[in-house]
Write a protein that binds this ligand. Structure first.
Ligand code: ZN
Length: 196
């Protein structure tokens, strides 16, 4: 492949309209989508993220890049065993088919909500489906950070940020900082740039 990733990346942060919109499904994997995937992967790496959704990059399309490290205690689910060796990985039109019953807390953060972290309770496993860039559709049961990340990124595609999922008493601890961020993000003056 001869695409070259950009070296300057702008991520959209809380308050930006693109983060509140429901992103559109991708009908066809065109060279533009492949270039976007390459640029999003470079941006994710430049910002040290484990996942990035199209809207965070200013593109309201159902595309997500992931770079989940292998868990120290080994793969806990078939999805991790299948997908983690493929990282960094781009997934298209991801969909959750089934949520596991067990709910667990996790201290989440987000490149679009810089410097704010908070506990979010979500199912520990999900059964999910997505298309890979090669065109094949995968379906698997995921646990661990991968399951957490998939849920967080699909929320982005649906126009939601993790702070909306925090319990009110947890959110109140970060609310003023978050509102400040939203005001800056809405004016589009708070984009992050970094050389990769
Ligand atoms: Zn995020």
């Amino acid at each position: 492949m001869f695409f070259k990733a950009k070296t300057q990346h702008t991520l959209y942060t809380a308050g930006a309209t693109v983060l509140k919109k429901k992103a559109a499904p991708i009908k066809e994997i065109t060279p533009e989508i492949e270039t976007l995937s390459l640029n999003m992967t470079a941006a994710m790496n430049a910002f040290d993220g484990v996942g990035l959704a199209g809207p965070q990059y200013g593109i309201s399309k159902r595309i997500v890049t992931l770079n989940i490290p292998a868990p120290e205690n080994g793969f806990q689910s078939p999805g991790e065993a299948l997908l983690i060796p493929l990282m960094p990985l781009t997934i298209i039109n991801p969909e959750i088919l089934e949520f596991g019953e067990e709910l667990i807390p996790w201290n989440e953060g987000c490149l679009s909500v810089p410097d704010i972290f908070g506990e979010v309770i979500r199912p520990s496993t999900v059964k999910f489906q997505a298309q890979l860039l090669a065109g094949n559709i995968i379906e698997c049961e995921c646990g661990g950070l991968l399951a957490r990340c998939i849920q967080h990124e699909i929320d982005h595609l649906d126009g939601h940020l993790f702070v909306e999922r925090m319990a009110p008493e947890q959110f109140s601890k970060v609310e003023s900082e978050f509102r400040r961020l939203e005001r800056l993000g809405a004016k589009k003056k708070y984009k992050r740039r970094m050389k990769s």
